[in-house]
Write a new protein. Sequence first.
Length: 363
Amino acid sequence: MKQLLHLFLLCLLITTNSTAQSDCQEQLGRAGRLYEEGQLEEVALVLGPCMQNADLSRPVRREMLALLQEVYLFLDEKELADSVHLELLRLDPFFRQNEAIPEVRYLQNNFETYPVATYGLRLGIYPFSRPLIDQEYVAFDDLTIGSVTYKRRNDDQYGWTANADLSFNLFGSSIELATGIGLSNIYLRRNFTFLNAHTPSGENVAADLSFLERQRWTQIPLLLQVNGLPRSKIIQSRFIPYFLLGGTSEFLVKRSAQAIGPEIDFPGDENDRSASIIQLGDQRRRFNFALMAGLGGKFRFKQTYVLLDVRYHRLLQNVVDGTDRYLNDRLLNVFNYVDNDYRLYSLNINVGAGLFLFHSKKR
């Protein structure tokens, strides 16, 4: 019985709202005819009750506001025209108003609509990561390194990044303060040639060492983004170029720091050594800072956008915890490896999507 009662009340509510919408549409038609006849004061009286209806549909309310705006302009009610125009912009900043009327064009020029904030999601890849060596070390005093390269193997994974972004307009300018939170997974391939590596049998012979290091960082950026357009032009433009510069706080996910697939090749197969994964978390600093700079553009579709940008990322402090440099026995004695002091720099390419939060105000 209660279910039938609820169903009846729901049907009654839908019918009531539908009737109210129909009545207001009729009133809008009547107001349009009064407007054409020049009875401007009557237009406001006819539309007044419907404008108080909280359930009025968005398209009908928009048409009523546009009509009231013109009425108040022709009646020289400037404050009322400003108020209605502002409400119309807040309801739909993309509504195409009747610019054939000079008074409407003049009114529009007295108002500015701009993105007070943007928020979105961004994904990217790291096609390039390299260390900047500050201090070199060797596993053994008599070990001689012939060469070191960082060339990727064909089957190496690419690093990736995933971010939630948020930015705010600053100082009524083209500058935005951007922040958010991100997660970056970075891979770095190391290839060593040793002239006299230590073998398990105690000999010193030439050998090749290679392994892929992974690091995963949680990032909290604080960036200044400079748009290539005045803020009031963004709502009119399809493409918004930008440049950004700033820094990020970096927090290493300790268990993610790993040497993946280390292998050392000696002249004889019987001496070769390999491993699947060796943990490096104890040899890495947990906290760092980074410099970030980039450029790109947003392609706007009304309130939404997609973006494409390129960002340079450089850690400013040594990645290695030097106090534990020689404590990884497997890397040291099996693979003849010990960390150099280094800072990491990378290049990433990003795509993303998000929303503009527009705000309108009188100039």
